[in-house]
Design a protein around this ligand. Structure first.
Ligand SMILES: [Mg+2]
Length: 441
């Protein structure tokens, strides 16, 4: 029996529910529903006009319904009257295939056929900036190597503490908070979970950080590269595959502690990384972070070449510890559901085709890349990533042609809108369009 939201509302004193979904561009959308109406909404969903969001729909389409997943319920720690719910989109009695949470659930269903579950954790980096987005909020945060700067971290103690306390209260098991490699940049880490739970939590985390920052008179941004001279906002993911309590990625006999299945999974990611950049680096601004020149701190901490390694942060995939790997490709604008869906789809491909990732590299890829001219490079601009995805028949097969076509259509329209106003030049300053359209990603 699914949890009864109406009963929960009474016992937890929830007055309103936010019935939420994330569209293909990662925008979080909701209806605020009074608890007295939640019974009906739990059954039939909250109605939306799909065309009014970033989904491939027409104004003539019938209503789309967001059916909340009661398991995803989060009572807002800073406003207990409100319960947040992730939901799945339905239209004409069928799930909306080209919607992010359904796309992830479809991949999870394929993995379930193998009796496996993917667990993952994400590292969400963000900046605290001025209201207009022109500068970082803390004028004293000026060290050229600001990573782990204690004073700058503690000047934000009240906000960081409120976010971390919230995660403790929600049972996410947060375990560290730090000042990251760019001035004004922070990262907070919580435990890994089932990949759908992680996607829901990441969605909520972004909402929570932005909301609490506002409450403290600040603005938070997950934009991939808000300042061209500073390190960008990455969103690294740590991945493992489980059969019950057994980690199928673990092999203690291997030099890095990874199993054959794990290497095949990594092989699938290596083969599809360029195409998946369309999901993992989905904004025009994303390509200021990838293939970028070194920053003020000395490193971009983001990949440019498609390669993997042991415990070495200069490659796209790092194996920091036995039984898991870290994918460092994604940035803060990536859709939480498409991060997990993209990783899982390419991993399933790699396992099915026994993809060989080749030999790991141990070099410093930031300085030694010239010694590896044959390694594939990541796409340099969004158009290239979309082009790669368009021609990738395996990704098309994984998600379905309709889904990929919908995504590419919307993304290409976005590029057209940008091009009417601006031109993308990596060596020129970040455009107003990028700021207007990406600061709140
Ligand atoms: Mg980091």
């Amino acid at each position: 029996m699914p949890k009864n939201l109406s009963k929960i509302a009474k016992s937890k004193k929830i007055k309103y529910f936010l019935i939420s979904f994330v569209d293909l561009f990662g925008v979080l959308r909701s209806k605020l529903v009074p608890a007295q109406a939640i019974d009906e909404m739990q059954k039939n969903g909250a109605g939306f006009a799909g065309f009014a969001t970033w989904l491939d729909m027409s104004p003539a389409d019938s209503d789309m319904f967001a059916i909340p997943d009661p398991e995803s319920l989060i009572q807002l720690p800073w406003n207990k009257e409100v319960g947040w719910l992730a939901s799945d989109l339905w239209m004409n009695g069928k799930p909306v295939k080209a919607s992010p949470r359904i796309m992830l659930k479809d991949q999870i269903a394929k993995l379930n056929l193998l009796n496996l579950k993917m667990k993952s954790g994400v590292e969400c980096e963000y900046f605290l900036i001025s209201e207009d987005g022109e500068r970082i909020a803390d004028a004293r945060d000026i060290q050229s190597k600001p990573c782990y700067d204690q004073s700058a971290l503690m000047r934000r103690y009240e906000l960081i503490k409120e976010i971390c306390d919230s995660m403790i209260e929600l049972g996410w098991n947060p375990y560290q908070n730090d000042h990251e490699d760019a001035n004004g940049q922070f990262e907070m880490n919580w435990d890994y979970s089932d990949c759908l739970v992680t996607a829901d939590r990441q969605t909520f985390f972004k909402f929570m950080v932005k909301s609490l920052a506002e409450k403290h008179g600040l603005r938070a941004t997950f934009m991939p590269k808000p300042f061209s001279n500073l390190t960008g906002n990455g969103c690294h993911a740590h991945v493992s595959l489980w059969d019950g309590k057994v980690n199928k990625f673990l092999d203690k006999g291997d030099r890095y502690g990874l199993s054959k299945i794990a290497y095949n999974f990594v092989g699938g990611l290596i083969k599809n990384a360029s195409s998946l950049s369309a999901f993992f680096n989905p904004t025009i601004n994303s390509y200021r972070r990838i293939n970028a020149p070194p920053t003020l701190s000395g490193a971009t901490w983001s990949p440019s070449t498609i390669s993997y390694t042991g415990n070495n942060r200069t490659h796209m995939i790092r194996i920091p510890d036995e039984g898991r790997f870290e994918l460092r490709l994604m940035d803060g604008s990536a859709n939480p559901y498409l991060i997990q869906a993209g990783i899982l789809a390419s991993g399933l491909f790699g396992m099915k085709n026994k993809s060989d990732p080749g030999e790991p590299l141990t070099c410093n890829m930031y300085t030694d890349y010239k010694n590896y001219p044959n390694l594939p490079k990541l796409p340099d601009i969004l158009e290239d990533a979309l082009e790669k995805m368009d021609h990738n028949k395996d990704i098309r097969e994984s998600f379905g042609n309709d889904v990929i076509d919908s995504y590419l259509k919307l993304k290409r329209e976005e590029i057209k809108n940008f091009s009417r106003e601006e031109t993308f030049q990596k060596n020129k300053s970040i455009t107003d369009w990028e700021k207007k359209n990406t600061l709140d990603c």
